[in-house]
Design a protein around this ligand. Structure first.
Ligand code: SF4
Length: 331
């Protein structure tokens, strides 16, 4: 690890293919920023995806598209490790070992398990129950000291810490590091419907890789203040998702202008959205250019993942050697 870095960060994301604005504002932007101060390990958690997906037909392509978006957004593979979870199978071995020090009741009590079980009652598989143990294995295998998560994820980090303590206590060792939660403000990015969180499955998303025209089209479909039926009706920007987006992508002057003019019907929603679409497109332009450049050489993206795999494996092998020794497994 370079000397100037403050520690090692690990974060994983499921391979959901082309990323959208919600992914960007909620995670990717932060991934990029963290590289300044930390050694970062970013993992595409394809094994986790298997707990919920019905088909793996697009898995490979989704891994590729996601890695492409990460690179285009500014994750630097020379410094950070970007890799695919299943390509370092040590994580499954650690998962098995950790599962032996994890009480089953704790897993079934976790809110995310209950939620998933409600969402897919036809497929409450064993992997779904053990998901937080695999997540713990991900973090501790790479000796990450901090994990950037929103406060809603705090129970999972606390869970990981408990598992680590149980393991270290049971085997009278300190080979596993208790990860710290690096509380991160994760903005709730609403979809173009203005109601639900932005998500691909709800088709209310704006893809980062969409063209400027496609992006504008999506923006023009955004739901605004529902009480503003006609152009001459004054609006309320405080309850309008377009205004929330202006606050992120528009200049302070433009935000102030919309804030005033919307309330006195001085600006129409069409004009307001056009302004936002323009600013969003300006913001995404450099990303799109970089993405197109990387996409010209798909092999490069796979090479990045291969290199990430080798670097991740080096750390993982060392951890597993220590773990096996601590547990007393034969060499
Ligand atoms: S003018 Fe803008 S902020 Fe006001 S309701 Fe319309 S889209 Fe929303």
């Amino acid at each position: 690890m370079s000397n100037h870095k403050k520690g090692r960060v690990f974060s994983g994301a499921r391979p959901t293919g082309r990323q959208h604005l919600g992914n960007y504002l909620g995670a990717i932007q932060n991934y990029v920023a963290l590289q300044e101060d930390f050694q970062c390990i970013y993992c595409i958690v394809d094994l986790h995806a298997l707990t919920t997906v019905d088909t793996t037909e697009n898995l490979r392509q989704n891994v590729y598209e996601m890695a492409l978006d990460w690179l285009a957004a500014g994750i630097r593979p020379e410094e950070s490790i970007i890799f695919v979870q299943s390509q370092v199978p040590e994580v499954t071995e650690l998962h098995t070992i950790l599962s032996m020090v994890t009480p089953l009741g704790k897993l079934t009590d976790l809110p995310t398990f209950k939620e998933k079980a409600r969402q897919q009652p036809h497929n409450i598989n064993y992997g779904l129950v053990g998901y937080p143990v695999l997540m713990t294995a991900d973090i501790v295998l790479y000796k990450a000291d901090s994990v950037p998560v929103g406060v809603d994820q705090a129970p999972h980090i606390e869970f990981a810490r408990e598992v680590v303590r149980s393991f270290n206590y049971r085997y009278n060792t300190n080979v596993l590091i208790e990860p710290q939660m690096k509380a991160t403000e994760v903005p709730k990015v609403l979809g173009i419907d203005g109601e639900a969180k932005m998500s691909k499955s709800l088709n209310n998303h704006i893809e980062l890789a969409a063209t400027a025209e496609e992006t504008k089209e999506r923006v023009m479909q955004m739901v605004t203040d529902p009480a503003r039926l006609r152009r001459k009706d004054p609006g309320n920007p405080d309850i309008c998702n377009v205004f929330s987006m202006h606050k992120i992508f528009s200049s302070a002057d433009e935000v102030a202008m919309v804030d005033v003019e919307c309330r006195r019907a001085g600006i129409g929603c069409v004009q307001c959205k056009q302004l936002f679409a323009r600013n969003l497109n300006n913001h995404l332009e450099p990303f799109r250019e970089r993405r197109a450049e990387f996409a010209r050489d798909p092999q490069y993206v796979w090479e990045v993942l291969k290199d990430g795999k080798a670097r991740a494996k080096e750390i993982a092998s060392q951890t597993m050697a220590d773990v096996r020794q601590a547990v007393g497994l034969p060499d």
